[in-house]
Ligand binder design. Structure first.
Ligand SMILES: Nc1ncnc2c1ncn2[C@@H]1O[C@H](COP(=O)(O)OP(=O)(O)O)[C@@H](O)[C@H]1O
Ligand SMILES: [Mg+2]
Length: 274
């Protein structure tokens, strides 16, 4: 049975969607079958695959509000083995109704059941809040991966999030575990970023993934090209970083494996600063 990973954080702009899209592409390139599920009404996963979210006829909204079987909301992508369930544009009214419905039960968990066996990984892209959609994702998930942008207030914001995870685990999903905190958009030339990284590692210890994602303009260009970065610049540092992350999730994270991955990917020594 595939592993369901919720990529979540109560903050926007920390790299959730970028992680879902590019990690998903890396896992698929390693031969894994991957489904990306967008539960963020902003619909950025569709954009990242060149679809207009206004054109989505069968998406997560229909799954939530009309009980459309999730299989019918699955769209194939250019990458073999990588499928998506896009999000649609939601009117406020629709969203409200859906949120109420979602609160009542573990809707997403139920919806994913029939397709879990067909994928090795299901990555859920969450909205930037701790509302009912994120809650639904956390109840559906086996694990949670938390992107953390290296900025001054990073840790402060994490406290509340960790409490929420604890309560979801206690009340709804006892087997939920951390896949890890992922340091994103790291500018390795910045002293502040290094200090924040040190602090985050000191506080969260081995819950922090070895792989760090550098700030890389190619990753920011994903919505513009409408495809994961690996499809328009295979040599980009950001692509190499998400390939390392995929390997870390698959094979674990001994320091040695990390160094081997560095050499393989030719990503340069600076990525090892952490
Ligand atoms: N590693 C990165 N380097 C450069 N830009 C990035 C990186 N990760 C994300 N971005 C950009 O930062 C913005 C926020 O990222 P996004 O993945 O959409 O965050 P979220 O889904 O958490 O709101 C987007 O414009 C995205 O293209
Ligand atoms: Mg997003």
């Amino acid at each position: 049975m595939g592993e369901v990973i919720a990529v979540a954080s109560q903050k926007g702009g920390v790299g959730k969607t970028t992680t879902v899209v590019n990690l998903g592409a890396s896992l698929a390139e390693l031969g894994k079958r991957v489904l990306l599920v967008d539960v963020d009404p902003q619909g950025s996963v569709a954009t990242s695959f060149g679809m207009s979210r206004y054109d989505v006829r069968a998406g997560i909204l229909e799954v939530f509000t009309q009980d459309l079987p999730i299989r019918e909301a699955i769209h194939r992508t250019e990458i073999e083995g990588l499928d998506i369930v896009p999000s649609n544009v939601w009117s406020d009214e629709e969203e409200k109704r859906n949120l109420m419905g979602a609160a009542a039960e573990s809707k997403l968990r139920q919806a994913l059941k029939p397709v879990r066996d067909e994928y090795d990984f299901i990555l859920i892209d969450c909205p930037p809040n701790l509302g009912n959609l994120t809650f639904n994702a956390l109840i559906a998930a086996d694990s949670v991966l938390v992107p953390v942008q290296c900025e001054y207030y990073a840790l402060k914001a994490l406290g509340r999030f960790i409490k929420v995870i604890r309560s979801v685990k206690a009340q709804h999903n006892p087997s939920l575990r951390y896949r890890g905190f992922l340091l994103t958009m790291v500018d390795l030339r910045s002293n502040l970023a290094r200090r924040v990284m040190e602090k985050v590692r000191y506080t969260l210890q081995d819950l922090v993934l070895d792989t760090i994602i550098p700030r890389n303009v190619r990753l920011a260009e994903v919505p513009y090209y409408g495809k994961p970065a690996v499809l328009f610049d295979r040599s980009a540092k950001g692509v190499a970083a998400y390939a390392r992350l995929a390997k870390e999730l698959l094979y674990g994270s001994t320091g040695q494996a990390f160094e081997r991955a560095e050499v393989e990917e030719g990503a340069g020594v600076e990525a090892q600063v952490a």
